[in-house]
Ligand binder design. Structure first.
Ligand code: SF4
Ligand code: FES
Length: 248
C-alpha cells in the first residue's frame, strides 16, 4: 500500500504546531500502525530529516503508552484495539490518514505526537496504596472474595492508563480512568479498608490536574481499548458521595 499521512508536528509545548504531509510507501497489510510509522521514520532519517516523535513501549496493547488520534478517533476506531495493535489491513491503498496527539489541557504536548500524562501518575499516587499491615504473602484462597466482586474488580483492573478516554471526551474528563482505578481497588477486601480516603483523594487529584467534568456522553467508553464500562463512573460517584457523608 502507498498512503498519504497528515501528521501533527510540534517542536515543544510552546510551538504552535502544524500538519505536515508525508508519503508512506510499500506498506504491508500485516504491519501494525506503529510499524508503518517506523518505516516512514527510517525514510526521514535516511534523508537527514527529523523523525516523527511518538510514544510506544509494549506494542502488545498492555502498557497504555501509545497515544495517537487516527482520523479523528483516539486509537483509530477499531473496537477494543490500541494504536499499537491496529493493523494496516484496516486501511486501503491510496488512503489519506490524519495522525494527531491526544488533545487535552491536562496532557500538554511534549513533542509531535507525544503528550505528558504525568497527571495520571499524580492521581494514582493520591490514592493507590494500602497502608495497613498486610503481613506475609497469604495463600491465594486465604481471603474469600465473592466471584462477582472478583470479576468486577478484574474488569476495572484492565484499564491500562492510556488516556484515550480523556482525548475522546469533549470535556477532557478523566472520570472513566479514575473510576476504573477506584473500583479495581475498592471492590476487593484488601483495598476496602481505605476505600473512602482513596476515592476522596483521587477525585481531588483529578480536579487539581484540570480534567473536566463528566456529562455522560459515553465517548470515553466508545474509544476505550479495554472496554471499561461507564457503570464504573456511577459506582465511583456513589462511593464518593458515601465517603463525603461519612467524613461530615
Ligand atoms: S479507562 Fe480505557 S481509555 Fe481510559 S485510560 Fe483506562 S484503558 Fe485507557
Ligand atoms: S505500546 Fe503498549 S499499549 Fe500500545
Amino acid at each position: 500500500m502507498n498512503l498519504t499521512l497528515k501528521v501533527w508536528r510540534q517542536k515543544n509545548a510552546n510551538d504552535p504546531g502544524r500538519f505536515e504531509t508525508y508519503r508512506a510507501r510499500d506498506i504491508i497489510a500485516d504491519m501494525s500502525f506503529l510499524e508503518m510509522l517506523d518505516v516512514v521514520n527510517e525514510e526521514l532519517i535516511g534523508k537527514g530529516e527529523e523523525p516523527i516523535a511518538f510514544d510506544s513501549d509494549c506494542r502488545e496493547g498492555i502498557c497504555g503508552t501509545c497515544s495517537l488520534v487516527i482520523n479523528g478517533v483516539a486509537h483509530g476506531g477499531q473496537k477494543a484495539t490500541t494504536a499499537c495493535q491496529l493493523h494496516m489491513r484496516h486501511f486501503n491503498d491510496g488512503d489519506t490518514i490524519t495522525i494527531e496527539p491526544w488533545r487535552a489541557r491536562s496532557f500538554p504536548v511534549v513533542k509531535d505526537l507525544i503528550v505528558d500524562r504525568v497527571a495520571f501518575d499524580r492521581i494514582i499516587q493520591a490514592g493507590g496504596f494500602v497502608s495497613v499491615r498486610t503481613g506475609g504473602v497469604p495463600d491465594a484462597n486465604a481471603i474469600p472474595i465473592p466471584k462477582p466482586d472478583a470479576e468486577l474488580a478484574m474488569d476495572a483492573a484492565q484499564c491500562i492508563g492510556c488516556g484515550a478516554c480523556v482525548a475522546a471526551c469533549k470535556n477532557a474528563s478523566a472520570m472513566l480512568f479514575v473510576a476504573a482505578k477506584v473500583s479495581h481497588l475498592g471492590l476487593l477486601p484488601q483495598g476496602k479498608v481505605e476505600k473512602d480516603r482513596r476515592v476522596l483523594n483521587m477525585v481531588k487529584a483529578m480536579d487539581e490536574a484540570g480534567f473536566g467534568n463528566c456529562t455522560i456522553t459515553g465517548s470515553c467508553e466508545a474509544v476505550c481499548p479495554k472496554q471499561i464500562s461507564l457503570d464504573f463512573i456511577a459506582r465511583m460517584n456513589r462511593d464518593y458521595a458515601v465517603a463525603l457523608l461519612k467524613r461530615k
